[in-house]
Design a binder for this molecule. Structure first.
Ligand SMILES: Nc1ncnc2c1ncn2[C@@H]1O[C@H](COP(=O)(O)OP(=O)(O)OP(=O)(O)O)[C@@H](O)[C@H]1O
Ligand SMILES: [Mg+2]
Length: 253
């Protein structure tokens, strides 16, 4: 995995673009250090990347996802967004509204609202009129194949349909990064496949980076790279980006 490079014409040097998001020596301890959910992890996710996180139950996958979206904070180390450290809660909240979409195993929709209203919620704060907000929400639901069910309360939808509503909500603001923590974990095999296909299609069409936590090795294998977590550490596939020597050489010559 290489950094994207761009030439600086004045100095004729190659500059490396920072990863979209990176964890630098990040640890997350609980219970006054008795539990180490994440230990000294270095991880880089590039723009448009497609990464699976796999590992046994309790290995720290969700903890990593929570650190990648600021739902949780490191006990030590730094999280960088496009090379810039993000530390404040308010910054993370803004990022989750504009740059980072999240899909959870249990959908986390508001049960009393319709599919359309659930998606609309993600669009508040953008200064859209009610009509434009509803139109955009309807387009998003169409994209996930739910145009016929958009006025149904989400409690009347199947698990697969609910997850598609959650995906529509997660991509409502065209995030650069979509985090999905076991998005197919509560679904039967047919719906799991539908949801997985949808996620890969969105990744492909919108060029958004996807980080997909899964226990399903076949699903993980569909991602460009796989990260294996064990006891809070990445034991395979951290994929530290380096500048390709050939690119450096070519630019310098
Ligand atoms: N809030 C918390 N307080 C204390 N311990 C926690 C907390 N959150 C997570 N842990 C612990 O941290 C470790 C990693 O948990 P995590 O939820 O990241 O695992 P996981 O890989 O996502 O597991 P699963 O596949 O079951 O979802 C576990 O031992 C868990 O019990
Ligand atoms: Mg988990």
């Amino acid at each position: 995995m290489y950094y994207e490079t761009k030439s600086n014409s004045s100095s004729n040097q190659v500059l490396a673009s920072p990863p979209l998001i990176a964890l630098r020596n990040v640890s997350r301890l609980y219970d006054a250090g008795a539990i180490a959910a994440v230990t000294d992890v270095d991880l880089e996710i590039q723009a448009s990347d497609c990464v699976a996180i796999v590992g046994a139950s309790g290995s720290g996958k969700s903890s990593l996802v929570n650190l990648l979206c600021g739902i949780d904070y490191p006990s030590a180390g730094t999280v960088l967004w496009q090379g810039r450290p993000i530390r404040k809660q308010v910054e993370w909240a803004r990022m989750r509204r504009t740059q980072i979409g999240i899909v959870f195993q249990e959908f986390n929709l508001i049960p009393t609202l319709t599919a359309l209203e659930n998606v609309e919620l993600a669009l508040f704060g953008r200064g859209l009129s009610t009509v434009r907000r509803q139109t955009r929400a309807a387009i998003l639901l169409e994209r996930v194949g739910l145009e016929a069910r958009m006025h149904n309360r989400v409690t009347t939808l199947s698990g697969g349909e609910r997850q598609r509503v959650a995906i529509a909500r997660a991509i409502a603001n065209e995030p650069l990064l979509l985090l999905a923590d076991e998005p197919t974990g509560s679904l039967d095999s047919v719906n799991a496949l539908l949801v997985a296909d949808l996620l890969f299609k969105l990744h492909h069409d919108a060029k958004m980076a996807i980080v997909l936590v899964t226990h399903d090795e076949m699903l993980a294998a569909r991602c460009r790279r796989q990260i294996r977590v064990k006891d809070g550490q990445i034991v395979e596939g951290a994929g530290k980006a380096v500048i390709a020597p050939s690119i450096v050489g070519a630019a310098g010559s």
